[in-house]
Design a protein around this ligand. Structure first.
Ligand code: BGC
Length: 380
């Protein structure tokens, strides 16, 4: 209770900062000839572009942005790219032509988004990469993110903590190769799992590419790309389900029994978990996830998903708005870290993550004010 009041206070003080940063209109940054002019006084000078409405994760972000900004009386523009980089570029161009000064964008495809970022930068707009890093361009000013390597490490830690003896069956799955985060998550997981594969605790069952690299403690991006290419879910539920079913079809009975599954997020975790649960040769499964999607929180309560990683979207949204306000006021956002995007080191301040299991689901999700208890049944 106390925490949620604190959170509300924090949200409203950030909203107040946004209001004061936007009224009157801040001095516009230097613009190229022909570029859009500054937004009219009282209008938010920030535009937001998110990847798709088809995944609950990005609806969470939309909701939290709206809670923070429209509660303060601002008609913030949040556009969705619906998994299409061309649509994403149109969205950016539309916001730029409306006079935004700061763009907060979560790219659908990290490399493809470089063109949209460059177009915004050319119009004098500050570009904040949100959650996913835009790659191979110098047109990114700041990266607002969670510690994605820590997310992968949390998955690894969970699986290791639940494995005993040697020869445990391990199934690996990954996100979309077009998403830089898929690499960071996998890197974190590999940091923890590789030593436990090398010492025989786990045996990889569904990736010849991972088996070929299992003696290497650290993988290059190209090496990770080989594994991800073989075990990608593309962040899609149906792809995840089909891949899990194909893996189960080719696995032998002895590769089943108790299994340990590295699943890259909640949506794909539920699809993969359902496929494993439907196989009568699988007697017990441990499966990871992330995002604390409501459906997965319910799966955890029901014993159908083992863990998720809560990335408190309220924090990410607040960080993004704080960074935008810093730019609107002519400053620069706080930096604790950098992420290389293939071209430059992008300044960032990654946020912490929380592992959620049946043990702490009530404290982490409900008592923290993230979701109300009434959204779930059978809470412990
Ligand atoms: C995000 C995850 C999300 C995934 C699929 C990643 O970039 O960090 O939270 O589940 O994309 O949309």
């Amino acid at each position: 209770m106390k925490k949620s009041i604190l959170m509300l206070v924090a949200l409203f003080s950030i909203a107040a900062m946004v209001l004061s940063a936007c009224q009157p209109t801040p001095t516009p940054v230097a613009q190229e000839p022909g570029a859009a002019t500054a937004a009219p006084a009282g209008k938010l000078s920030v535009g937001i572009v998110l990847p798709t409405k088809d995944e609950p994760r990005w609806i969470q972000d939309e909701t939290r942005f709206k809670e923070l900004l429209t509660a303060a009386g601002y008609d913030v523009q949040i556009l969705f790219s619906q998994g299409d980089s061309a649509k994403e570029k149109e969205n950016v161009e539309s916001l730029v032509s409306q006079g935004i000064q700061v763009l907060i964008i979560c790219p659908q495809d990290g490399t493809a988004a470089a063109a949209a970022a460059a177009a915004a930068k050319a119009a004098g707009v500050k570009v904040i990469s949100y959650d996913r890093l835009i790659r191979d361009t110098d047109a990114v000013d700041y990266y607002v993110t969670f510690d994605s390597v820590a997310v992968g490490e949390a998955w690894g830690d969970y699986l290791v903590a639940n494995a005993t003896g040697t020869g445990n069956n391990l199934y690996l799955y990954a996100g979309a190769a077009s998403d830089n985060n898929a690499f960071l998550f996998f890197e974190g997981a590999w940091n923890v799992l590789q030593p436990k594969i090398a010492d025989g605790t786990f045996v990889i069952k569904n990736s010849s590419e991972a088996i070929a690299l299992q003696d290497k403690a650290t993988l290059t991006r190209e090496e990770m790309a080989k594994i991800i290419g073989q075990v990608t879910t593309e962040w899609k539920f149906d792809v995840a389900k089909n891949l899990a079913e194909a893996n189960l079809t080719s696995a032998k009975v002895e590769d089943k029994g108790t299994v340990f599954i590295l699943a890259p997020n909640d949506g794909t975790a539920r699809s993969i978990a359902d496929a494993f649960a439907a196989d009568s040769d699988v007697t017990k499964y441990y499966v990871t996830g992330q995002d604390a999607e409501k459906a997965s929180v319910q799966y955890i309560i029901d014993g159908k998903q083992s863990m998720t990683v809560l990335k408190d979207v309220r924090t990410l949204v607040a960080d993004a708005i704080t960074a935008a306000v810093a730019y609107l006021q002519g400053g620069t956002p706080e930096q604790t870290n950098t992420y290389n995007n293939g071209k430059i080191d992008v300044p960032a301040k990654p946020s912490a993550i929380v592992t959620v299991t049946i043990e702490n689901v009530k404290a982490a999700i409900v008592d923290s004010g993230y979701y109300p208890a009434s959204d779930f049944t059978g809470l412990p």
